[in-house]
Ligand binder design. Structure first.
Ligand SMILES: Nc1ncnc2c1ncn2[C@@H]1O[C@H](COP(=O)(O)OP(=O)(O)OP(=O)(O)O)[C@@H](O)[C@H]1O
Length: 247
């Protein structure tokens, strides 16, 4: 099966600063790719290139089989939930979701109701989004991202601001998306989420991919077993790891 995402030398520079450097990624279809990296590593910039929102300075990528240079071909196949999702405060959640379904040209009334119920939003679906809590907005944004059943879903911090129950619903939904044939490209700082869901983890540091493997292999690669947090700190450290203390 064709990979969901393939990049070839993907690079982004702003003025003289290289923010994403020569990225080579292959994300198999129907998998979850956990995209990690410290603040400012270039994760959002990568996602913005892969979702055609910003062009690369050099290099190429294919998403759902289409070149990211062909925005009209890519957009129907993807969903993107940025860290600060665009929602209209003056619309109700149901209106917002119907509006997005209209823009996407899909008939999604049943799916909207199912997802609103799934996320415990049905009782508030006719209230204005402007009155919502952060978590309720986040859930509305997630629904609008997957409404049209895209092939590839890009999620930037999808569980941020969610209470434990809502966060669990999101994790369950991500698993279901891949079971339904979607691919999820997930950026988060919440490592247990990645550990639980990701088939492959990539760690970006200063614009370069410094580690990539399954969570199991990453955490077993040292002589002693490490947590994903240990691995993350290890591969994103400017200092060499301190020598073990002799006792
Ligand atoms: N439009 C822009 N113009 C100039 N620099 C930018 C622009 N967008 C991002 N950057 C810079 O690129 C670098 C990477 O930013 P990016 O938002 O991709 O990082 P990130 O890994 O998503 O960080 P975080 O985890 O904090 O969200 C940062 O130094 C940022 O200041």
């Amino acid at each position: 099966m064709r990979p969901a995402i393939e990049t070839d030398g993907l690079t982004k520079r702003f003025d003289d600063t290289t923010v994403v450097s020569n990225l080579e990624l292959t994300v198999p279809s129907e998998s979850v790719y956990g995209f990690l990296g410290p603040n400012g590593a270039g994760k959002t910039t990568t996602m913005r290139m892969l979702t055609t929102l910003t062009p690369p300075t050099s290099g190429t990528a294919r998403v759902a089989g289409h070149s990211i240079a062909d925005r009209d071909a890519v957009v129907p196949h993807i969903g993107y939930m940025p860290e600060e999702p665009p929602l209209y405060d003056e619309l109700t959640a149901r209106e917002q979701l119907q509006y997005i379904a209209g823009l996407r040209n899909v008939e999604a009334d049943d799916r909207i109701e199912t997802l609103l119920r799934r996320f415990d939003l049905l009782d508030d679906a006719d209230e204005r989004v402007g009155t919502y809590s952060k978590g309720m907005k986040q859930k509305t944004a997630l629904i609008q991202t997957v409404l049209h059943e895209p092939d590839v879903v890009f999620l930037d911090e999808p569980t941020s601001g969610l209470d434990p129950r809502a966060a669990r619903t999101v994790r369950e939904l991500i698993s279901e998306l891949t079971a339904d044939g979607m691919t999820v490209f997930l950026s988060t700082h919440i490592l247990p989420v990645v550990e639980e869901l990701a088939d492959t983890v990539g760690v970006l540091y200063d614009g370069s991919l410094v580690a990539e493997d399954s969570p199991e292999r990453l955490t077993h690669r040292a002589e002693k077993e490490q947590t994903l947090e240990d691995v993350f700190l290890d591969v994103t450290s400017e200092e060499p790891a301190p020598a073990p203390v002799e006792r």
